[in-house]
Design a protein around this ligand. Structure first.
Ligand code: MN
Ligand code: MN
Length: 324
């Protein structure tokens, strides 16, 4: 089902992601998502942050702002929402103060999306939500190639806070739980200071590649994207996009900002240049609307998500063309 015309959207006043149709909430389990190619779903959880909270409100605000994004992608030359049957899947519902229960409910709900044959596009929430999403995806696809945009490595240990699960640790668990294929973690925009000299060891020993902001500046974003594209080949790819990978000048609405990041233009180009990958899921996390100014970060987030949806649409178009 295509995007609703702006006049229709204005008339009914409801605000689904990208003016998309919503799923059948009366249906239980995977049936709610039957027939969809892509499900955009909110996970309004931010009780696992180490600094400023607020990301739990991103799904609601991103629905409002994403209505400004239209359906045709000039770069790829395709109508994303007629190529791809994308729907607003609502939010994962959970007690917003119990992390363990919440992780289980996220994994279950994303599992339903995957079981229905749809690609989940998950709007956080803080970055801790990526772990249960990857668990659900790896259960279906096997170990994933991961493109991780972030200022932070997110492979911290339990030593820091005496608690192993928070928004600074999802990729430590993902590696240790076998969710990430060896040599297939591609981390872009990394620049935050470390707690110690060994902070990068886990990902490095797993064959992960860090694409520093200096390498991005020296080689250009297209070259970095091409290196990632070549490396992932036809593996199932998960894109985990922490908005603090982007410079705070372009994305001020986030809880743990770090100077010196990607421009919004580089971030969007990076995603565009990945056209052809087998995208099986994506998250967009760490947008805290209360810290934003004039919706700058939200507008970026909406376009980041659209670029991800466009990648899925490109893949579907090319597959359909090959079948003919
Ligand atoms: Mn981060
Ligand atoms: Mn992160």
């Amino acid at each position: 089902m295509p995007q609703q015309p702006a006049s229709v959207y204005l008339r009914h006043g409801q605000t689904p992601f990208f003016r998309l149709p919503v799923v059948d909430f009366a249906a239980a389990g995977p049936a709610a998502y039957a027939g969809a190619d892509a499900i955009v779903i909110g996970v309004p959880w931010d009780a696992s942050v180490t600094y400023r909270p607020g990301a739990r409100f991103a799904p609601y605000e991103l629905r409002r702002v994403s209505a400004m994004v239209q359906t045709y992608h000039p770069g790829h030359g395709l109508d994303v929402f007629t190529t791809l049957d994308a729907r607003d899947g609502g939010n994962v519902a959970f007690p917003p103060f119990n992390a363990e229960i919440t992780r289980a409910l996220i994994e279950q709900e994303i599992g339903h999306v995957v079981a229905a044959g749809a690609i989940p596009f998950v709007v956080g929430g803080d970055h801790s939500i990526a772990l249960p999403v990857m668990r659900a995806l790896a259960a279906a696809h096997g170990p994933l190639a991961v493109v991780h945009v972030d200022a932070h490595l997110d492979t911290s240990t339990a030593e820091v806070w005496s608690e192993p699960y928070h928004h600074g640790t999802p990729f430590r668990h993902a590696i240790e739980q076998g969710l990430v294929a060896r040599g297939a973690l591609h981390q872009v925009g990394i620049r935050a200071t470390w707690g110690g000299a060994d902070e990068g060891d886990l990902a490095h020993e797993h064959g992960g590649v860090v694409y520093s902001v200096d390498r991005l500046a020296d080689e250009g974003v297209a070259a970095v994207a091409n290196a990632i594209y070549s490396a992932v080949g036809d593996q199932p790819v998960y894109i985990s996009f922490d908005v603090d990978g982007v410079d705070p000048a372009f994305a001020p609405g986030t809880g743990t900002p770090v100077p010196g990041g990607l421009s919004s233009r580089e971030a969007l180009r990076l995603l565009r240049e990945l056209r052809g990958i087998q995208l099986v899921g994506m998250d967009l996390v760490e947008i805290a609307p209360a810290l934003d100014h004039a919706d700058i970060t939200l507008h970026l987030g909406a376009h980041v998500l659209f670029e991800g949806l466009a990648l899925a649409a490109v893949r579907k178009r090319d597959r359909d063309a090959a079948d003919e």
